[in-house]
Design a protein around this ligand. Structure first.
Ligand SMILES: [Zn+2]
Length: 230
């Protein structure tokens, strides 16, 4: 019995850390965000809300530099200040920003938020717990195995979610008359951004599948929906 106590403790620790990090993330978002009010984006967001029969879609600016969009577990949608600045500087169009919002709406609508919560903050806690458990059985190598297992698991979980959110966004953008073009052009822009400064890859791409594969997936949808001319 005594032998398993550390494992039990590690699991309890992992669960507590997960709860704590979820709470901390929500607090962090509350403290460092403001509602987005942009005259060019508002009509596009309104069109998407109308397509979804929603009264309105609230979008917030999260005051951090990395270029990213995110959906909180409570369903709120955030665009980072860094991303918004790119839009303000004219590097990203209003339609492209709308495509990010549509993608995050997809995560909310499809119920990915819990998994994404683990993505954002609980990952390290789970990794620690798993490393502690495995180290009991395989000293030294246990921690390394835990790391690889977690990375693979998270990548798998999030990749599936990204394609689903992309499809949702493609459908919503089509229905709203904004079109899928902005979705694809944004992927290409973000890819170039990573190539020009390899050291500072945007978080958006780090946690997301390969650009050309995402574009192909959207093009497959366009063909399915009969949107392409040839
Ligand atoms: Zn996503």
């Amino acid at each position: 019995m005594i032998k398993f106590a550390p494992i039990l403790l590690a699991i309890i620790y992992g669960l507590l850390m997960f709860r704590f990090s979820a709470w901390r993330t929500a607090r962090e978002l509350d403290a460092r965000s403001t509602e987005l009010a942009d005259p060019k984006l508002a009509p596009l967001i309104k069109r998407m809300a109308d397509s979804l029969d929603l009264h309105r879609i609230k979008v917030y600016i999260y005051e951090i530099d990395p270029v990213n969009g995110l959906a909180a577990p409570d369903g709120r949608i955030f665009i980072t200040r860094g991303f918004y600045n790119k839009y303000r500087a004219g590097e990203v169009t209003a339609e492209e920003m709308a495509s990010v919002i549509a993608h995050e709406l997809g995560h909310v609508a499809l119920g990915h938020s819990r998994r994404r919560m683990i993505d954002f903050s609980g990952q390290n806690a789970l990794r620690t717990a798993l490393a502690m458990v495995l180290s009991r059985f395989i000293p030294y190598v246990g921690a390394m195995i835990a790391n690889s297992v977690m990375s693979l698991l998270m990548a798998r979980l999030s990749r599936g979610d990204e394609y689903e959110a992309d499809s949702y966004a493609a459908a919503l953008l089509t229905k709203s008359g904004i079109g899928t073009g902005a979705q694809k052009s944004l992927f290409e822009k973000l890819e170039k951004l990573t190539q020009s400064n390899a050291g500072t890859m945007p978080a958006w791409l780090l946690s997301h599948p390969k650009t050309h594969e995402r574009i192909s997936a959207i093009e497959a949808l366009e063909r399915k929906w009969g949107l392409t001319g040839g």
